[in-house]
Ligand binder design. Structure first.
Ligand code: PGA
Length: 256
């Protein structure tokens, strides 16, 4: 059913692991991960926290598993204490970077302008954004989810409009009320919402490649029903991705 689309599962480890725990996880599971990617035909992207990123990238160098960061700076370089440049991510071997995650949007008061700059920095360094969008519970309940998500896509559209080369972009729809709560919207609602996203990217489809992901409490059980939504080509998985056996089941549910 989804044989001809690029399928992706992104493991967002957030800050669940310490440095040593991340190292232990990757050493224990790197072979299994590689076999899983071959068996499923779905691309796996591991996004550990910054301190273990370079180690994990090195461990996965000889595999086709990709490594991504959980955020990046909007600036190229300079006096920005505590920030990480897209150039460093590229040098480490990252191919992807999550941006606009609601946990970062909230904690850092991220504006559209900041997100636009982050997308630009990533493209300059040949990384693909995993651009997160999603409405709050209140917006969901008052049926303002559509409007919120299409507004959140404006910074992405403004960058894509000006580009001459072709880029790959993952868009992760993650309703805030679903992240870490165990609550997941109905397939009907999700299908509508992904329709809104499809409409927003429609003018750019010819030039660029898009992968639409769902995120928010994805587990090995709901992944099966979510996979029936035609627009979804993969998942952005938080907590469940820290358990290799759960991650495996989620990835296997995305077989073509
Ligand atoms: P969750 O997180 O799977 O733990 O809900 C998803 C995310 O925030 O990316």
């Amino acid at each position: 059913m989804k044989q001809n689309v690029q399928r992706l599962v992104v493991a967002n480890w957030k800050m669940y692991f310490s440095f040593n725990q991340a190292i232990e996880w990757i050493e224990k599971n790197k072979r299994g991960l590689n076999e899983l990617e071959n068996e499923s035909g779905t691309k796996i992207i591991l996004c550990p926290s910054y301190e273990s990123l370079s180690y994990v990238a090195e461990q996965l160098k000889k595999t086709s598993i990709a490594v991504g960061a959980q955020n990046c700076s909007a600036h190229e370089n300079g006096a920005y204490t505590g920030q990480i440049a897209a150039q460093s991510l590229q040098e480490i071997g990252c191919k992807w970077c999550i941006i606009g995650h609601s946990e970062v949007r909230t904690a850092c008061d991220e504006t559209d302008l900041v997100l636009q700059s982050k997308i630009e920095r990533l493209f300059e360094h040949h990384l693909s954004p995993i651009f997160c969008v999603g409405e709050t519970l209140k917006e969901y309940e008052t049926r303002n989810g559509h409007e919120k998500v299409s507004n959140q896509l404006i910074p992405l559209q403004s960058v894509l409009k000006r580009l001459h080369q072709s880029k790959t972009v993952a868009i992760a729809y993650e309703p805030l009320w679903s992240i870490g709560t165990g609550k997941v919207a109905s397939n009907d609602y999700l299908q509508e919402l992904f329709g809104v996203i499809e409409q927003s990217i429609e003018p750019f489809q010819k030039q660029h490649s898009f992968v639409l992901l769902y995120g928010g409490s994805v587990d090995e059980i709901n992944a099966v029903r979510l996979w029936q939504i035609p627009q979804i080509a993969g998942f952005l998985v938080g907590k469940a991705s820290t358990d290799f056996q759960l991650l495996k089941k989620i990835v296997l549910s995305t077989r073509g």
